[in-house]
Design a protein around this ligand. Structure first.
Ligand code: UD1
Length: 420
């Protein structure tokens, strides 16, 4: 298993370009199931989750290939979908696999996806996805660990989610675009990945209004066409690289951003002591003093993203003063805490809140990545720590970051991957 070895203490300086959004890509790949025409996605990050979604589409009998001339262009053509089942072995690797259920019912009248089950960052049920599909007329059956949804025709309906769910909103939206009549989604997730999916669905011929707000209206159409879309910059990768600037008291510029989508992240980076400038698609963070202690509460968009919590917490371990980090989106998303403590951080967790008392420095140590964003936090800790940090189980980070060590090295970090 690969490991990432970081020798800390270098100030990061320079400019890098962000990859396309991993989370947006996964939903857009599922949307390609809605049409028999070709979907071309550009700026797709070469990360493991995208590879898993490619395998799922392959298992459904759909052609999905990287372009021969551009390694970030993905071509998907669901001319025929020969198998409606997403198998357990793939779904268990990535919960977002569940995103194919809505498109499968809409396109084929039936879909079977393995029940994703629990996962490291909490229980993460799919009840809201199912509630939405049921409202559109799908019959849901749970059978031998699989969720089966079927409907001869889907009919537009009102869906009011009990919790704000990103993939749930996307799943129901993708089913509704081919349903008969009008669907109204209330308490819809407002994340940019929902808005981007809606933009792509509209480019395919769907009628979707209001995505990005908490009320989405969809007027079903008979069929959809192909699309050629460039994926928006990954707001979480961008935030992670800027946070790397903060922890190393550096001067980091990330290009390829839509800064408007990072408001909450930039606000907290500023509050924590980063000097943040936005120019066009570039965001620059400079820091020349230790971070400052702050209060941080994760929340659905436009709140501070849970996917940035571990990275910011790492910065706060080095703050002048104390911080309270409250995680409201997922239970059990503090698995980076014991590892940070092993590196010298002073953190106490009480329920959903982590109390972080800033320390003067961290010391390098072997640590274990436990999930995608926790691993990013540990790499940032390694960049700031004295001595060497070895982050084990980096397959977690490879799920969502394309060669993060290359980007950090370009900024001056002493970091390498050891394969094996
Ligand atoms: C997506 C992102 C993930 C991010 C998360 C929250 C992708 C591939 N992943 O995950 O990176 O951390 O949004 O921004 O886009 N819930 C239910 N019932 C459901 C669905 C969700 O109770 O049917 C709960 C979850 O347990 C969680 C909360 O709702 O507590 C938010 O989860 P959700 O927005 O659905 O996360 P994902 O879409 O899975």
């Amino acid at each position: 298993m690969d490991r990432i070895v970081v020798r800390g203490g270098r100030r990061l300086e320079g400019e890098v370009r962000a990859s396309g959004s991993k989370n947006a890509t996964l939903a857009l790949m599922a949307a390609a199931l809605l049409t028999d025409r070709e979907s071309v996605l550009r700026g797709v990050p070469r990360v493991r989750d995208v590879g898993t979604m490619m395998k799922i589409l392959g298992a459904l009998g759909v052609a999905c290939e990287w372009d021969a001339d551009d390694e970030h262009v993905l071509r998907i053509r669901a001319g025929r979908v020969s198998n409606p089942e997403a198998p357990y072995d793939l779904v268990r690797q990535m919960r977002a696999s569940f995103l194919v259920l809505g498109p499968l019912v809409a396109r084929l009248g039936t879909g079977r996806v393995s029940e994703p089950g629990g996962c490291a960052i909490g229980v993460r049920p799919v009840d809201q996805h199912l509630k939405g599909l049921e409202a559109l007329g799908a019959k849901i059956r749970l059978d031998h660990g699989y969720v089966e949804a079927s409907a001869a025709t889907l009919t537009g309906a009102r869906v009011a989610f009990d919790v704000s769910t990103v993939n749930g909103t996307q799943n129901v939206m993708m089913a509704a675009v081919l349903a008969r009549g009008r669907t109204i989604i209330e308490n819809a997730a407002r994340e940019p990945e929902v808005a981007e999916l809606a933009q792509v669905l509209c480019a395919m011929g769907a009628h979707v209004h209001g995505a990005g707000s908490d009320r989405i209206e969809i007027e079903g159409v008979e069929s959809l066409g192909g699309v050629d879309h460039t994926v928006w910059g990954d707001r979480i990768e961008i935030g992670t690289l800027l946070a790397a600037g903060l922890v190393t008291r550096g001067d980091v510029t990330v290009r390829g951003a839509d800064p408007g989508l990072l408001d909450a992240t930039l606000e907290k980076l500023r509050e924590a002591g980063g000097d943040v400038d936005v120019q066009g698609d570039a965001i620059r963070l400079r820091a020349d003093a230790p971070p400052r202690g702050i209060k941080l509460v994760t929340a659905p968009y436009p709140g501070f993203p849970t996917d940035m919590q571990a990275q910011l917490m790492t910065a706060l371990t080095l703050a002048d003063g104390s911080s309270v980090v409250t995680e409201t989106v997922f239970e059990n998303r503090f698995m980076h805490v014991p590892e940070l403590v092993r590196m010298g951080a002073d953190i106490e967790v009480a329920g959903r809140a982590a109390h972080v008392r800033g320390v003067g420095g961290l010391s390098g140590a072997p640590v274990m990545a436990t999930d995608l964003r926790a691993s990013a936090g540990l790499i940032l800790a390694g960049l700031a720590a004295e001595g060497e940090t070895v982050v084990n189980r980096v397959y977690h980070i490879d799920r969502g970051y394309e060669r993060i060590e290359d980007k950090l090295r370009r900024l001056g970090a002493e970091i390498r991957r050891e394969e094996g």
